[in-house]
Design a protein around this ligand. Structure first.
Ligand code: ATP
Ligand code: RIB
Length: 304
């Protein structure tokens, strides 16, 4: 069995729930303030560890109270934190999130995440069969360095380019599997895409962006469209009542990585990740809403 190595962000999510999102310049009354462990890297690592793959997180925390809380939570979820450093002089990553009608807006303040560097990602030794995962909440040069080492070791690289930003072709060249939502695909492909577009339109954009890679476009409640050897594969979303979609994409990424690390074929791993993410959206919060393997297996058996 391979290991999953996630180089990525660790945040404390400060969540305000409200009936509707405020418009610019407007104030609305909220219902509750909640504190959830989050950050794309941490969320993906928790999903992977809970779903059965030995998982190591590489990243940074501030030397503060949030950092201590996040460390204790991640340890309890079974994530190996041997390569997560405390960084004096800065705060732990913090996300200010508003959730209304199951939809969110997020402002991320990176803090210690912005200090992750090439030395940090060079510390763990990857081997053939491992899965290296990253996202765009740590500096891009660190991700490129991490993937170059992973590739040299024979590991598979998985990039979730979120939140979307311009990236060098040299970084994209180091990626085996791209996982992104419609907005990120529109941004990176330069094509105008809408939620309501037909799956064929997303396949066209995915081919334009990365013709030779496996590309998975997550489509929210519509499920996921994967481009495997240039052929589109649509896995429909499971019908559930979503309460908070924060971390759904991360759950998908972590679940897929874990299944590939334990040797599952890609198509099975995609179906598994789609079910895992449908469980995640039925709970509040990011990292704490990641499902267990038992929950995913029960849902998979019920859907057969
Ligand atoms: P976020 O940024 O909110 O974490 P995302 O935009 O990266 O999410 P989505 O495409 O919204 O990711 O969702 C990821 C996956 O989660 C989907 O491909 C699907 O498997 C599952 N999912 C999301 N929303 C729903 C829903 N309402 N019902 C069922 N499954 C869902
Ligand atoms: O993808 C969801 C995550 O994005 C949240 O947990 C928040 O921390 C932001 O990084």
């Amino acid at each position: 069995m391979g290991r999953v190595f996630v180089a990525g962000s660790i945040n404390m999510d400060v969540v305000a729930t409200t009936e509707r999102h405020p418009r610019i310049g407007e104030t609305v009354a909220g219902d509750a303030v909640l504190y959830f462990p989050g950050g794309k890297g941490a969320n993906q690592a928790v999903a992977s560890a809970k779903l059965g793959a030995p998982t190591t997180l590489v990243g940074r925390l501030g030397a503060d109270a949030f950092g201590q809380e996040l460390r204790a939570f991640l340890t309890a979820q079974g994530v190996d934190l041997a390569f997560v450093k405390d960084t004096p002089g800065t705060h732990s990553g913090t996300a200010i999130i508003t959730v209304a009608n199951a939809d969110n807006t997020i402002v991320v303040v990176p803090g210690a995440n912005a200090k992750v560097d090439a030395d940090d990602v060079a510390a763990p030794a990857l081997t053939k069969g491992d899965i290296a995962v990253s996202q765009f909440e740590i500096p891009l040069p660190a991700i490129a360095s991490f993937f170059a080492r992973a590739r040299a070791a024979g590991a598979t690289t998985v990039l979730n380019p979120a939140p979307a930003k311009k990236a060098d072709a040299t970084l994209l060249d180091l990626v085996d599997i791209l996982i992104l939502n419609e907005t990120e695909l529109g941004f990176l492909s330069g094509m105008e895409l809408r939620d309501s577009d037909a799956p064929g339109r997303f396949a066209e954009a995915a081919r334009a962006l990365a013709p030779d890679k496996i590309v998975c476009v997550t489509l929210g409640k519509r499920g996921v469209l994967a481009l495997v050897e240039r052929e589109p594969l649509l896995i429909p979303g499971r019908e559930v009542k979503a309460v908070d979609t924060t971390g759904a994409g991360d759950c998908f990424v972590g679940a897929l990585a874990s299944q590939l690390a334990i040797g599952k074929p890609l198509r099975d791993a995609l179906a598994y990740a789609n079910i895992a993410a449908s469980i995640c959206v039925q709970r509040m919060g990011a990292a704490p809403s990641m499902p267990t393997a038992k929950e995913v297996e029960n849902a998979l058996s019920a859907s057969r």
